[in-house]
Design a protein around this ligand. Structure first.
Ligand code: AMP
Length: 384
């Protein structure tokens, strides 16, 4: 079986690694250069998308910000899973909010802003503090604003106007203004749906962000009611999209209630722990769904955590002396803050996982993993 992945980053590479034993050959289309790569050797195999589409039995994607012409070409081949519509929803917060409303799932109260009048109206009708997010992908780290009250409103509006003007020609962007949610923690649900409508989900994963980027995820046995609530949201969104493949849903948890933050129509960073902590990893399950193979068990084999390696091209080899620790490099060149790799660690119970996390936090350099120690300490305190 041959699969073409739109996008040639670490997610395509981890898909290729996971499904080699199933005799599935993955090739990755790099939207920047227009070349198709073998994600394991990094060799160019085709010089254009058309050849990649011909090669493929199925086509999938590792990210959602793909130009609509490319998506249309792939959709027209009849091989694209999930559909171009599902991928577009993940890449445009306007469509995403419409979907959440249509599926009647709880999410932060919001308004869509394209003009100054919309902006004024949003500030009058929503309750501060607010977070304003570009509907389409931000660029150069821009595209999110926070407003505590009316004080800096004019200044922020000018910034948003400049942001719109600096975006791609001929594309109408918007900003989604959302009420800030006083959440207790952020969690995500990663699951898969096949073409017959069967769904499986992994246990809810707790996510910790550092400067807006995921730094640690932990997956343990989870409160059944909360898991059921998340599964219901997953099913309603996945069914509405007639989704095929792995879909991730990020939530804010407040008490025992989950509010959807956003969805990602692809394998997700908060699901990397499944490589060592679940019966079937998310990468294999994604391609099982895409290739019409039976979905694999998503059972948690043992409590597990993932630590992202951001902007570092080395970590001390000593971490591999910590039991049940694995290291996954992405083969990328170093850039500040860039996702370069991740570390997975597991334990037979949460106590053992916490002990191993502490050992890792003691070995990893504090400058590069500055929030790891306090996070692990808080986790240990929660267990004791
Ligand atoms: P996003 O790009 O939507 O994932 O937002 C990035 C981060 O900003 C999230 O992981 C949250 O920590 C925070 N955030 C986003 N939206 C909200 C909200 N409505 N209320 C509180 N925090 C938010």
């Amino acid at each position: 079986m041959n699969v073409l992945v739109l996008g040639a980053g670490q997610l395509a590479r981890m898909m290729a690694l996971a499904v080699k034993p199933l005799n599935i050959n993955v090739r990755a289309f790099d939207v920047g250069s227009g070349n198709v790569f073998d994600p394991l050797s990094s060799n160019i195999v085709f010089g254009d998308l058309t050849q990649g589409i011909e090669f493929a039995d199925f086509i999938t994607a590792e990210f959602e910000h793909i130009d609509h012409q490319t998506l249309a070409l792939c959709q027209a081949s009849g091989k694209l899973r999930p559909s171009s519509q599902a991928i577009k929803v993940g890449g445009d917060r306007r469509l995403e909010k419409d979907l959440l409303v249509k599926c009647d799932v709880a999410n932060a109260k919001h308004k869509i802003i394209t003009t100054k009048a919309d902006f004024d109206q949003a500030l009058n009708s929503l309750t501060f503090p607010l977070i304003l997010k570009s509907a389409l992908a931000g660029y150069d780290g821009k595209g999110q604003w926070r407003l505590k009250d009316q004080t800096n409103a004019e200044e922020i509006w000018h910034d948003i106007k400049d942001f719109f003007d600096g975006g791609a020609q001929g594309v109408t962007n918007a900003v989604v203004a959302e009420q800030m949610v006083p959440f207790d923690r952020e969690v995500s649900l990663v699951g898969a749906r096949d073409s017959q409508g069967n769904t499986v989900v992994y246990p809810l994963t707790e996510n910790h962000h550092t400067n807006g980027v995921l730094s640690v995820s932990i997956a343990t046995q989870v409160n059944e009611a909360l898991q059921a609530q998340a599964k219901q949201v997953f099913d309603s969104i996945a069914n509405e999209l007639n989704y095929i493949g792995v879909l991730a849903i990020e939530f804010f948890q407040i008490g025992e209630q989950l509010l959807v933050n956003e969805i990602a129509p692809r394998v997700h960073n908060s699901g990397h722990w499944t490589q060592q902590g679940a019966d079937t990893c998310q990468f294999e399950n994604h391609l099982r769904a895409v290739c019409d193979l039976p979905l694999g068990s998503t059972a948690l084999v043992r409590p597990s955590a993932m630590i992202n390696i951001l902007g570092e091209e080395q970590v001390p080899n000593d971490i591999l002396n910590v039991a049940s620790t694995t290291l996954h490099w992405y083969g990328k060149s170093k850039r500040a803050g860039r996702k370069m790799g991740h570390i997975n660690v597991s334990g037979k119970n949460e106590q053992e996982l916490a002990t191993r996390l502490q050992l890792l936090a003691d070995i990893l350099p504090e400058e590069a993993f500055d929030e790891l120690k306090p996070y692990v300490t808080a986790y240990q305190n929660k267990l004791s």
